[in-house]
Design a protein around this ligand. Sequence first.
Ligand code: NI
Length: 224
Amino acid sequence: MLLTLPSVLSSEEISVAQDLLGKGRFVDGKLSAGQEAVRVKNNTELQAQDELMTPLNNLVMGKLVRNPVYQAAALPAGVAAPFYARYTEGMRYGNHVDDPVMGQANQRYRSDISITIFLNAPEDYDGGELVIVSNFGEQSVKLNAGDAVMYPSSSTHRVNEVTRGERLVAVTWCQSMVRDAAQRELLYNLSLARDELIARDATAGATQRVSNAYTNLVRMWAEL
Ligand code: NI
């Protein structure tokens, strides 16, 4: 399931993030690439030790993890510290799948869901689309500043070459309590139905039964 999260960050928060990123030191993205990705990755990333990381992460990740759509769709067990990537003219990231296991030796996590948060406006650059290959063909994603997209980390994806301007994104990965993408999609749709029923009549028998079914399916499938 490919899902868009609108307005994870407000325009004021985007300005703050852009100011912080403007002071950062960006290094070759190949330094953080896995074995497969290193051959096709051509971008720059905020240096990992940069002191700007903490305020940026508090802002960007703080907003992501409090986003109700993210919570319902990802059912997160944990989320990684993001990379902040900058693509200038001529940069791209060819087709790849993300590494299955990430993190330092004592903090390993499985990447179930990949998340890109767009940190500047689509008018700021040409090209630079995130293209995700699905069973239904390729889906091209280029969102407004502050919006995010989440998709299964098992999907082949790429970033098209930026042919003008600059593309700024935060990229992160989530390990879900529910490993199977089809189960997660089912639970997300059931949670939407439950929310609709609660809004209509919270005490109705059908509302209670759907809500109980959702709760107990999460209990059946969640792994911690
Ligand atoms: Ni990737």
